[in-house]
Design a protein. Structure first.
Length: 240
């Protein structure tokens, strides 16, 4: 896994300044903006066949808005549906410790016991997030490659991918966590303005690592997923 490349490849394009600026504008667009940014990353990393040189990544162009949106929609929907299962669990794990803390302050209960309970909930919380990342990664990848919602939920592929790649998936999650902390620091130091410029790079890094995971999976003998015709430059063209 080339973690540094997932960030530095963004800056190898001659148009990286324009890409970052327009990406920041896309982030500001409610709801569809991040999907459009998703679609551009997919166009860079998946829709160019064997072309892998980051210097040749197609520049972000709002003329391709509809195409970017179409390409980013399916992985977003798959991630959204998977998240609906996780949200109730996360809410329980976040709310219960606060209830226990409030109860402890009002009734003077054993603070040491409360700390232990909250520690257990924190560990469970991290385990749930790790499991969520393991399960959603193959679903997300299939949604990108097939450009289809139903095809993404292939349990055979998901099981094979997780069994081969679980260590790397967890490592990627840790790297992204560290990158998000760096982005938070930039956000605070720039009074939140820097967040909009850092977001396109952060999202690019995440997509870059997802592509690396899939390539490593194939190198280990994993079954390839047929690339959707919707992700081929010709046809359909990238330009709308």
């Amino acid at each position: 896994m080339k973690y540094n490349d997932s960030v530095t490849d963004f800056f190898k394009s001659p148009a990286w300044k324009n890409n970052m600026l327009l990406g920041a504008v896309a982030v500001l667009i409610p709801f569809v903006g991040p999907l459009v940014l998703f679609g551009w990353h997919i166009s860079c990393l998946w829709a160019r066949g064997d072309k892998q040189d980051p210097a040749d990544f197609p520049a972000f162009n709002f003329n391709n808005f509809a195409k970017y949106l179409e390409r980013g929609l399916w992985p977003f929907l798959v991630n959204l549906v998977a998240s609906l299962v996780l949200v109730p669990v996360i809410l329980i794990l976040e709310i219960v410790p606060f209830i226990l803390l409030a109860t402890d302050r009002s009734h003077g209960q054993n603070t040491a016991l409360l700390i232990i309970v909250m520690g257990v909930f924190s560990i469970i919380y991290l385990i749930v997030l790790a499991l969520f990342g393991l399960i959603t990664t193959p679903l997300f990848l299939r949604a990108i490659i097939t450009q289809d919602f139903k095809s993404a939920f292939d349990l055979h592929f998901a099981k094979a991918f997780i069994s081969m790649m679980w260590k790397e998936i967890l490592a990627v999650m840790l790297f992204i966590l560290g990158l998000s902390l760096c982005m938070m620091i930039i956000t605070v130091c720039t009074c939140y303005i820097g967040m909009f410029f850092a977001m396109p790079i952060f999202m690019f890094s995440w997509h870059h690592l997802q592509k690396q995971l899939y390539q490593l999976y194939l190198s280990r003998g994993g079954e390839a997923v047929p690339l959707s015709p919707k992700l081929q430059d010709l046809p359909p063209p990238l330009t709308a």
